[in-house]
Design a protein around this ligand. Sequence first.
Ligand SMILES: Nc1ncnc2c1ncn2[C@@H]1O[C@H](COP(=O)(O)OP(=O)(O)OP(=O)(O)O)[C@@H](O)[C@H]1O
Ligand SMILES: [Mg+2]
Length: 233
Amino acid sequence: MYTGRGNAVTALDGVSLQAHAGEFVAVQGPSGCGKTTLLLAAGGLLAPTSGRVVVNGRDPYSLSPEDRARFRAETIGFVFQQFHLVPYLSVEENIRVPSMALPAGNARARARSLMDRFQLSQRARHVPAELSTGERQRVALARALMNNPRVLLADEPTGNLDAENAGIVLAHLAEFAQEGGTALLVTHDARAAQYACRTIHLRSGRIVPQPEAGQAALIRDAAGEADARPSAR
Ligand SMILES: Nc1ncnc2c1ncn2[C@@H]1O[C@H](COP(=O)(O)OP(=O)(O)OP(=O)(O)O)[C@@H](O)[C@H]1O
Ligand SMILES: [Mg+2]
């Protein structure tokens, strides 16, 4: 619940969500339904008024602020909806920021390989103001991956990308999960469902069960597989 200047807002209401290692979960829903709030709470950045958050076996809100910051640096990569890049640092320096919270040996090499992967090498010395929006988005994703997190929380990371770059980012999230990470992706991108293991739908702070759609897809897949097998032999 947000209690600020205006009316108190219950942004999340009875949401229960588990995502396992190796899972890529997409979260969809209309503007204002609580998607960013869900990611912030899961990421150790916003303590829920009630309920519990457990990441990698620990409740980040039970830790002191210093321990929580360290836990976040070690465990969680976060791609913010508004990027939050440091304006006076270069692309390479921005990507390396999370490694400053941890004793890291190969930060330089890791940052270089991430720039390579996201086609940012030609922009290594540029500051964010000198980048396109899509490039900024890719810097934010590279930064989130810098410390090899266990959990990747990404808020609309393809919102400003063309189809090709959006596909690259979605494929990277899927690969991250295939390698044993947990990816939680907030997106309006319909293609995300093709890459994600499952999609959660939020409405007014609540998870909307989608039994019909989910089961229909399962039944169709099962039927498809059954049909495909005999002809494949
Ligand atoms: N700091 C805040 N104080 C008060 N209310 C807030 C605050 N942040 C968000 N809210 C409210 O909480 C609700 C959920 O916000 P949230 O940012 O999680 O939505 P969202 O699903 O991410 O939307 P969008 O798709 O537009 O990014 C909204 O009604 C919003 O107005
Ligand atoms: Mg949001």
